[in-house]
Structure formats: structure tokens, C-alpha cells
Design a protein around this ligand. Structure first.
Ligand code: PLP
Length: 456
């Protein structure tokens, strides 16, 4: 049996393999609701290849073991993280992407797909209010998009050789920024953390005073990261005020919209993240809410030329692209990369603008519903305008709260609800992310009963 599909005729073995594998996947989805979000245990098939390759039926049996041991994002109780179930068209997009095996590194290795990525980024830019001339590049995850944004910001300020150059972000900004300073060779205090207010938003006055202090120490600054949707509670930083400050002080504004950026796609929700039109760069992560199969992240920039200006090294082994285009591998950190735009494009087309809106509003409504059911005489709830909330018992010591969070998380898992347990401002919380479209009000009613009963 030839393991490569024939380029001359339909390969019946390949067709059979695809058919059976897709059938197994459909069955896996269909069973996801009856088992819990997490398997109790799993068996792993043999990992190393044997001397001779194995048959398709053995491959499928091994694959089944891996599938049976997987996390099940479709389960209505899968509410722990920003990992919703994938759209069916997005799964197909991923499959076709693997089959085409094009490479976004170079135009000649992905003629239609490079063009698709460019146009899709421009569509996102328009939706988020960026002007003509804006554009973007896909990246494998929000951490990478944020890293690239910081590299752009530093490059723009001409501070590539200054390891103590500074940027600012709130206490609640994502850990990917700390990772970025290590990769970029910056000093630990290059990331100046700004305290947040009661709502979990960057405190603008503290930004001003911290900037003044850094300035008086003669350190150079290159940007501010505003988070649109913080990881624990979905808070949105005051993007407009931060933008004005950045303009005044000539700093790059990056909006980390990994969570909240998607809300810019509907006229009914875009007010939640107003100010993105003033950003120099924006991260959006369609994998986190829109049902696009992982990985799917975009880095959008207000002026697309900045990407090649920071990242282009020349690609002497590929033909120069026609027109004014730059190779995809010259627009960011990644060289070879798959056409992640394909599953994003086809998923959004499957949803349509109305479907996108329903997904966004549905998520926020589920959060409102659950919030209304948790007993606030017993619990402190922290949330924002999006689809995340976290809660912890009032008046518990650190140790008691930690014990409660562990026990309640485990108890809820047994009841087929999976929540996460973030440590936030010195206390353990249980966090619920309400982006799963299979979660219904009845599920949330049951969940809130369990939550309210978790304090004896
Ligand atoms: C606000 C924020 N930014 C960035 C990221 C990083 O995204 P990724 O996990 O895709 O690298 C996350 C992940 O949860 C996030 O919450």
C-alpha cells in the first residue's frame, strides 16, 4: 500500500482511510456529551514506529486510543479555559490545509493561500477600525502574536540594542509578555507592570506616574500593551485613554485582544473594545471564542509595511513575488508555516456575520445568566463585560480558600463540569469561560446549584 496518494488517479485506499477516520471523528463528537469533559484515564498506543509500517486499520485503532484520551471541548460542561468546540467547517479547513500542504513561507509555495491570508487580515483590520494600509499576518497562537508586536514596537523606536528599554502593561496582562522579554533579551524590569483598578483594568493614573518615574531615570520606553479581555475576568483596559497617552509620548500601542478582539466583529459588541482603531498593532485569537480549530491567531498592524521592515531578511532561495507583495515568511518570526487562514476563513464563512454575532452575544448572555445565579452573599464574583467570570468565597483565609477551590473543582469534575482554578491577586478562584455554545441555561442552573452548595 502506497502511503502517498497518487497524483494521477483517485487513490481508493486514501479515500477509505479519510472516510473511516472522519467517521470515527463524528462518533467521537457524538459521544462527547455523554462522557465528561475529561477522560478518567487513558491508554497510549505504541509511540515509536516499528520496522515495517502498520496497516490503515491498525493506524485507526491506535488513533482511536489517542482520541479516547482527549479533552472534549464539545461537552456542555467544558467551561475551564478559552478552548471552545471547533466549527465543523473549520475542521474541514484544517484537513484540507494538511492535504494541500502549502507553505506560507513563500508566495510560490502558496499562491492562493498567501493571498487569502492577506485579504482576511485586511478584513479583520477594517472590522477593528484600522485604516487602509493596515494588514497583518497569521501566527500560531496569541503568545507569538504578542511577541511579534513587541519586536515591532521596539524596532519602531530604534531601541533594538537597548536591553533595558521599557514597555508597560497592567498587572493582569498575560504571561506571554514576560516570556517575550526573555526571548527579546530585555531585562526583567523592562516590563513595567501597572496596577489595576477594582474592575481589573489598567489604572491610567498609575501608568502616567510610572512612565514619569522611568523617564526621570533616563530609561527609554517603546510601548504600552492594553489588554482587551484579561485572562481571569475578561476586563478591558481603557484603550482610548491609553491611546491618547501613547500619541502624546510617542509610544507604540499594542492591544492584546486575544480574548476580546473577536468582539470587534459585530456592531452590537464592538463598543466593548472601543479604541482599537487607534492601535499600532492588535492581537486577535479566533481560536479562543469563534470556534476556529487551533492554532488561529492574527497580528494586525495599522501600517502593513512595518512587518517587513522589522522581520524581512531576504529569502534568497525563493522567487521574488510579483507585485508589491512580501513573502509570508518575511512578515513575522515563523518561516515555514501552514495555511492557518484557511480554517479561519471557511469557519467565518460558515457562521456568516449573523452567526458570529450570535456566538458573541450568546457567550455574554451565558455569563450574565450564571452571574445572576451565584449567591453573592456567599461569593465574591469578579468579571468584566465579556464571557468570563471567576468567584471565591467571601471571608476565607488563603488556606481555606485554596482547599475550597481544590475540593470544589474536583467535585464539579465528577459532576461533569470542568472549571479552572486561577490564583488571582493572592487568592484562589474558580473560573468559568462561557464561550461553549452547547452550554444551556439548564446546565448553568445546575452548575450554580453545585457552586452555591459548595459552602457548608
Ligand atoms: C489575554 C491573553 N493574551 C494572550 C494569550 C496567549 O494566547 P495563546 O495561548 O494562544 O498563546 C492568552 C491566553 O490565554 C490570553 O488570555
Amino acid at each position: 500500500m502506497d502511503p502517498f496518494a497518487s497524483p494521477h488517479k483517485i487513490d481508493p485506499q486514501f479515500r477509505l482511510l479519510l472516510g473511516e477516520a472522519s467517521g470515527n471523528l463524528c462518533e467521537w463528537f457524538a459521544r462527547s456529551g455523554s462522557d465528561g469533559p475529561l477522560p478518567d484515564s487513558f491508554l497510549l498506543p505504541e509511540v515509536a514506529p516499528q520496522l515495517d509500517g502498520i496497516s490503515n486499520s491498525d493506524l485507526l485503532a491506535d488513533l482511536q486510543l489517542v482520541m479516547d484520551g482527549s479533552y472534549r471541548p464539545s461537552h456542555p460542561g467544558a467551561l475551564a479555559h478559552l478552548d471552545p468546540p471547533p466549527l465543523t467547517a473549520s475542521i474541514v479547513g484544517e484537513l484540507i490545509c494538511a492535504g494541500l500542504n502549502n507553505n506560507l513561507l513563500a508566495e510560490e509555495l502558496s499562491p492562493s493561500l498567501s493571498s487569502l491570508e492577506r485579504q482576511l487580515c485586511e478584513w479583520f483590520c477594517r472590522k477593528l477600525g484600522l485604516k487602509p494600509g493596515s494588514g497583518g499576518v497569521a501566527a500560531s497562537g496569541g503568545s507569538l502574536s504578542n511577541l511579534m508586536a513587541l519586536v515591532l514596537a521596539r524596532h519602531n523606536a530604534g531601541l533594538e540594542n537597548d536591553s533595558s528599554a521599557v514597555f508597560f502593561a497592567s498587572d493582569d496582562s498575560h504571561v506571554s509578555l514576560s516570556k517575550a522579554i526573555r526571548i527579546m533579551g530585555l531585562t526583567q524590569d523592562s516590563l513595567q507592570k501597572i496596577p489595576t483598578n477594582e474592575e481589573g483594568q489598567l489604572d491610567i493614573n498609575s501608568l502616567y506616574s510610572t512612565f514619569n518615574r522611568i523617564h526621570s531615570e533616563n530609561r527609554k520606553c517603546f510601548g504600552v500593551v492594553a489588554t482587551a479581555g484579561t485572562t481571569v475576568r475578561g476586563a478591558i483596559d481603557p484603550i482610548n485613554d491609553i491611546a491618547k497617552f501613547c500619541q502624546k509620548e510617542n509610544l507604540w500601542l499594542h492591544v492584546d485582544g486575544s480574548i476580546g478582539g473577536a468582539f470587534g466583529l459585530s456592531d452590537l459588541t464592538s463598543y466593548l473594545i472601543k479604541g482599537t482603531s487607534l492601535a499600532n498593532s492588535i492581537t486577535v485569537n479566533p481560536q479562543k471564542l469563534l470556534g476556529i480549530a487551533k492554532a488561529s491567531s492574527l497580528l494586525l498592524v495599522s501600517e502593513k509595511s512595518v512587518l517587513s521592515s522589522a522581520f524581512s531578511t531576504g529569502l534568497p532561495y525563493a522567487e521574488t513575488p510579483l507585485g508589491e507583495y512580501t513573502h509570508g515568511g518575511e512578515l513575522g518570526i515563523q518561516g515555514t508555516r501552514s495555511a492557518e487562514a484557511l480554517k479561519l476563513w471557511i469557519g467565518l464563512r460558515q457562521l456568516g456575520e449573523k452567526g458570529i454575532e450570535d456566538l458573541l452575544l450568546g457567550s455574554v448572555n451565558r455569563r450574565y445568566y450564571l452571574e445572576s445565579k451565584i449567591d453573592t452573599s456567599m461569593f465574591e464574583i469578579i468579571t468584566g463585560p465579556l464571557h468570563l467570570l471567576a468567584f471565591t468565597p467571601k471571608g476565607y483565609s488563603f488556606n481555606k480558600g485554596s482547599e475550597w477551590s481544590k475540593q470544589t473543582r474536583n467535585y464539579l469534575l465528577k459532576k461533569n463540569f470542568m472549571l479552572s482554578r486561577p490564583l488571582y491577586k493572592g487568592r484562589y478562584y474558580l473560573k468559568v469561560v462561557l464561550g461553549n455554545p452547547h452550554t444551556k441555561n439548564d446546565d448553568l442552573e445546575l452548575l450554580s446549584d453545585f457552586i452555591n452548595q459548595s459552602i457548608k
